[in-house]
Write a protein of this length. Structure first.
Lengths: 110, 114
């Protein structure tokens, strides 16, 4: 089955700096790669996604890049703000099922 | 629209007790999922359903059962609770159309088995 590895497990940045979280996947059949943000005590919420026919996608301060050959994808957050502090999960999806990474706890210091 | 709702929010069970975690959605989505999230870990798929009357096992189905008699509801049953089932349980849905892969999660049920 699919295996997703996510790094780093924790990330601390100063407000205004950029943050990058990386994921690798094993199954070349995976074709959809979402990123979720989970705030304390809540369920994960989709923040951005990318499909296998696209190399990069951007939404304001958030961007995702995908390298299908190397089987890795990354989340980039620019101009970080304290409200970006949360746990971020990547996932790889194929045939109706998603496999999640173990999460990255991002802390943005004011 | 309420989206995805889960009840209860929190429950304490004794070893060997049984309970049903409820999940309901009003988005008319075909796909529904149950995940568990252990501390510091990602989400592990327990069971999923592609429509009413159809269910299938995920990564970690042992100790759980599900049913899907309607599009709206997808209850998760624990028959003999064990301490290893202490976790936070999330229900999720996904639909059809352009964004059919996007999953929408409920707020979770925190379960403690003592």
């Amino acid at each position: 089955g699919e295996n997703v590895e996510q790094h780093p497990s924790t990330l601390s940045v100063q407000e205004g700096d950029s943050a990058v979280i990386k994921c690798t996947y094993s199954d070349s059949a995976s074709n959809y790669f979402p990123w979720y943000k989970q705030e304390l005590g809540k369920g994960p919420q989709l923040i951005i996604d990318i499909r296998s026919n696209v190399g990069e996608k951007k939404d304001q301060r958030i961007a995702v890049t995908l390298n299908k050959t190397a089987k890795h994808f990354s989340l980039h957050i620019t101009e970080t703000q304290p409200e970006d502090s949360a746990v971020y999960f990547c996932a790889a999806r194929d045939a109706g099922k998603s496999t999640f990474g173990d999460g990255t706890t991002l802390t943005v210091k004011p | 629209n309420a989206g995805v709702t889960q009840t209860p929010k929190f429950r304490i069970l004794k070893i060997g007790q049984s309970m049903t975690l409820q999940c309901a959605q009003d988005m008319n989505h075909n796909y529904m999922y149950w995940y568990r999230q252990d501390p510091g870990m990602g989400l592990k798929l327990i069971y999923y359903s592609v429509g009413a009357g159809i269910t299938d096992k995920g990564e970690v189905p042992n100790g759980y059962n599900v049913s899907r008699s309607t599009t709206e509801d997808f209850p998760l049953r624990l028959e003999l609770a064990a301490p290893s089932q202490t976790s936070v349980y999330f229900c999720a849905t996904s639909g059809t159309g352009t964004n059919k892969e996007t999953q929408y999660f409920g707020p979770g049920t925190r379960l403690l088995v003592l």
